[in-house]
Design a protein around this ligand. Sequence first.
Ligand SMILES: [Cu+2]
Length: 178
Amino acid sequence: MNNLLKITTIALAFGTPLYAGGEHEGDHAAPKNEMAIGMPGDTMKTNRTISVIMSETDDGDMLFEPKSMEIMQGETIRFIVMNKGEFEHEFVIDTLEGNAKHKELMAQNDMEHDDPNSVRVDPGSSGEVIWKFTNAGTFEFGCLLPGHYESGMHGPIVVTEVTKNMWQRLLGVFSSGV
Ligand SMILES: [Cu+2]
């Protein structure tokens, strides 16, 4: 494979022309449903799957597994969210501020929200969120049902910026035939 083809292949894998990021203005009009954390992803273009388990412990803690997530800017993730606990739970991804605001609203009345950045799951079932992380930064996943966040149901999502250096490393891995 020549280098151009390699770059194209990787760019396709990540779904966006990341290498050109920021160099061209004008065609960067954000879609209406884009949030700071990104936007709903295309089911057909997921880069990987992260399995998330929600449960409770015997001493009253509530938890997510994994406890934190690392994602590369541009990745589209399929979150498969399983509720292995005895209570209803939800998986919401947003900025810390977004989750905090949302949690306050939830404390006032339990809104059934049907946003693409969240899924509510009954005990014993599973749900799915497909999300494209368009921006680098530290975000958060959490369960915003009253009291759950405080009982331990939250964790950081670190989205790493893809730099030219990383591209070179990726190409290096390609060239070495791994
Ligand atoms: Cu919960």
